[in-house]
Write a protein that binds this ligand. Structure first.
Ligand code: OSB
Ligand code: MG
Length: 376
C-alpha cells in the first residue's frame, strides 16, 4: 500500500491536573496527530507526543513538525510498502527525531492493521486481552498534596504508583508515601536529574539514591543523564532496588549497550522514544531474552498514542504495570471514542481492527491550532 496524503494536526488539550517533573510544569499539552490517507481513501492515525520543550529529549513540538514536514512526510508519501516494518527504512538517513518518526510510523501501523482487519495488539504479537495500568504522579507543591494524589489513585484501584523525584524532592516524599501506604507498589522516576560522578555533587547524589534503597521501591527510573550508562551500572551494582532505564534507550544499540554494561535491570519501553512500534516490539524481544522485565511508559498521550501503548503492553514480556492509565486521568475530553478506561487498574485491549476505537474528528478540529495537508 502507499500513503497518498498526510494531514498534520497540531492539537492542544488542557490537562485535568497540572503535571510537574524534574524539568518543567504543564497545565495543557500540544501533540501532533498524523492522519495518513491510503490510495483507497482509508485513514490511519498516529500521534507525535513530543513535549513542547527539549527537556525529556532534544525534540520539541516545533522541531517535530519541521522534521515531519521537511524529511519524513516527503519520504513516505507515494512510497510503496507491504508491511509497517518497512516504514523506518524509508527515512533511514534521518538521525534521531524519534518522536516525529514514531507518529508517522504509528499511522502506517493503524492503516495497515485496519486494512488487514486485525487488531493492532495482535499484529504486534500481543497475547493478553487486558493490561495492568499504573499511574505516574508529578511533583506536588507539598507532601500533603502528594499523599492526597496517591490516595485518590489508589482509591480508584490503580495497583502501582510512580512518583516523580528530583534533587530536594526524594527521600522525604518517598518516606511519607511508604509510611502511609506500606504495601503499595511504588516506584520513582528522576528523569535524569541527578548529577553523575563526573559532575559537581555527583557523590552526594549517589548517597541520596542509596538512601532510597530501604523503602522497597519497585524500581528507580532514570536517575542519571541519558548517555550516562556507567553511573547507572554503578548504581545497579550498589542497590537492592532495581534500576530502570527510560531516556537512555532510544535505539536497539543503546539497549545492547545497557545490557552489556548491566546499566540497569528493568526497561521502560516508549513507542515515542524508540521511533515507533516496530522498534518498541524489537526492544521488548531483546530485553526479554536478556531477562529484563519491561513495561510501557507514556508521554501523556492523547487517545491515539494511548491505544498504541495499550496494544504494545499486551506483548508477553510486559510483565510490570504500564503507564497506560485511563484517558480521564489526564484529559476531560479525549480525541477517541470511547476513551480508554481502567477498571481497578485494568485496561481492556481493543479487539476491533486497527486502533480499535473511533477518532473524534470534531474534537481534533475544535482543539487544533494548525492543520496542514501534504500530497504525494
Ligand atoms: O519519564 O515517563 C516519563 C511524562 C513526560 C515526560 C517524561 C515522562 C512522563 C511520564 C508520563 O511519566 C507517564 C504517563 O503518560 O502516564
Ligand atoms: Mg521516565
Amino acid at each position: 500500500m502507499h500513503a497518498t496524503e498526510i494531514v498534520l494536526h497540531d492539537v492542544e488539550l488542557p490537562l485535568r491536573h497540572a503535571f510537574e517533573t524534574s524539568s518543567h510544569r504543564k497545565s495543557s499539552l500540544r501533540h501532533l496527530l498524523v492522519e495518513m490517507i491510503a490510495e483507497d481513501g482509508s485513514v490511519g492515525w498516529g500521534e507525535i507526543a513530543s513535549p513542547a520543550g527539549p527537556f525529556y529529549a532534544p525534540e520539541t513540538t516545533t522541531t517535530a513538525w519541521q522534521t515531519a514536514v521537511e524529511h519524513l512526510i516527503p519520504a513516505v508519501l507515494g512510497a510503496q510498502w507491504e508491511h509497517p516494518d518497512e516504514i523506518a527504512g524509508l527515512y533511514a538517513k534521518v538521525r534521531g527525531n524519534y518522536f516525529a518518526k514514531a507518529g508517522i510510523e504509528m499511522a502506517a501501523w493503524t492503516l495497515w492493521t485496519q486494512a488487514q482487519g486485525i487488531p493492532l495488539a495482535a499484529a504486534l504479537g500481543g497475547e493478553r486481552d487486558s493490561v495492568i495500568a499504573g499511574v505516574s504522579l508529578g511533583i506536588e507543591p507539598s507532601i500533603e498534596a502528594l499523599l492526597t494524589e496517591v490516595a485518590r489513585h489508589v482509591d480508584s484501584g490503580y495497583p502501582r504508583v510512580k512518583l516523580k523525584i528530583a534533587p530536594g524532592w526524594d527521600v522525604e516524599p518517598v518516606r511519607a508515601v511508604r509510611e502511609a501506604f506500606p504495601d503499595l507498589d511504588v516506584h520513582v522516576d528522576a528523569n535524569g536529574a541527578y548529577p553523575g560522578s563526573t559532575e559537581p555533587g555527583g557523590e552526594a547524589a549517589f548517597e541520596v539514591l542509596r538512601a532510597l534503597d530501604p523503602y522497597r521501591l519497585t524500581m528507580i527510573e532514570q536517575p542519571f543523564a541519558p548517555k550516562n550508562f556507567l553511573d547507572h551500572a554503578r548504581l545497579t551494582a550498589a542497590l537492592e532496588t532495581p534500576v530502570c532505564l527510560d531516556e537512555s534507550v532510544e535505539t536497539l544499540d543503546d539497549l545492547r549497550t545497557a545490557l552489556a554494561l548491566k546499566a540497569g535491570n528493568v526497561l521502560n519501553i516508549k513507542v515515542s522514544r524508540m521511533g515507533g512500534l516496530s522498534a518498541a516490539r524489537d526492544a521488548h524481544r531483546l530485553a526479554s531474552e536478556a531477562g529484563w522485565p519491561v513495561w510501557c511508559g507514556g508521554m501523556h498521550e492523547f487517545g491515539v498514542g494511548r491505544l498504541a501503548n495499550v496494544a504494545l503492553s499486551s506483548l508477553p514480556g510486559f510483565t510490570l504495570p504500564s503507564d497506560v492509565s485511563a484517558s480521564g486521568k489526564y484529559y476531560a475530553e479525549d480525541i477517541i471514542d470511547p476513551p480508554v478506561t481502567a477498571d481497578q487498574g485494568v485496561v481492556q485491549v481493543p479487539t476491533a481492527p486497527g486502533l480499535g476505537h473511533g477518532v473524534r474528528r470534531e474534537v481534533i478540529d475544535a482543539h487544533a491550532t494548525r492543520q496542514e495537508r501534504f500530497r504525494a
